[in-house]
Design a protein around this ligand. Structure first.
Ligand code: ADE
Length: 224
């Protein structure tokens, strides 16, 4: 998979892709990530990427021309399955959207900033809009990192134990059961007896019950 992230603040995205699982996924050649500085596609002495909104109003708007040039350039190099604009009013990002995107080959994530992008970008250039939740971030960069992380960890081979993504919360429509590690007793707080019993079938049954109970208590909407 290849992910191109278009941003006017590339430094914001340096660290998430240079550590831990996301870094390893790239080193292993399972995914490549390009952070593209929108300013490289700007023209004029000061290379502006934003301008005042027609009709007035507070805040700057990202201009269509550098975004169009950037997307056209990227599309000349590879076919993209989706061109996704990160936006608080987009489709809500869920595990099922992450699963769907993990099956794609190439993705563009476009990060908005300031007051957003010229509406014509949304009308003519992007194929999809995604929000990571009902709150407004200063820009799409952190949202793009969230989407890329959730998608990349689902690519086969990225997690060392492939079943560990399958046992994540939401993957089966339930939240994950509790987990414990050593020591089996700390102060007088004990790990549930069943987990120390060695009866794998009964342990699995217990985990499933815990998942159901937790989903009921914490996220009943998932059971509807
Ligand atoms: N840009 C600003 N806020 C956002 C959000 N909640 N989701 C995606 N992109 C955003």
């Amino acid at each position: 998979m290849h992910i191109s992230i278009i941003t006017c603040l590339p430094r914001l995205l340096e660290s998430p892709f240079n550590d831990s699982i996301l870094k390893r996924a790239q080193t292993k050649g399972l995914v490549s990530v390009d952070i593209i500085d929108l300013r490289e596609y700007a023209t004029g002495k000061h290379k502006p990427v934003d301008d005042y909104a027609f009709g007035g109003g507070a805040g700057m708007v990202l201009m269509i021309e550098p975004i169009d040039k950037c997307i056209t350039d990227l599309k000349s190099k590879r076919h993209y399955d989706e061109i996704i604009y990160m936006s608080p009013d987009g489709e809500l990002f869920t595990q099922s959207v992450a699963n769907e995107l993990s099956l794609k080959k190439n993705l563009i994530l476009l990060c908005g900033h300031y007051k957003g992008v010229d509406e014509r970008v949304r009308e003519h250039l992007v194929t999809r809009e995604i929000s990571i939740g009902d709150y407004v971030l200063s820009g799409g960069e952190l949202a793009a990192a969230v989407v890329a992380d959730a998608v990349i960890r689902l690519i086969p081979g990225v997690l060392s134990d492939e079943t560990s993504a399958l046992s994540d919360s939401f993957q089966d429509g339930l939240v994950a059961p509790p987990v414990y590690t050593r020591p089996a007793e700390y102060k007088d707080w004990k790990v549930p007896e069943i987990l120390l019993s060695g009866h794998q079938a009964r342990i699995e049954e217990w985990k499933h019950e815990q998942s159901l109970e937790r989903t009921h208590k914490r996220r009943p909407n998932l059971l509807k």
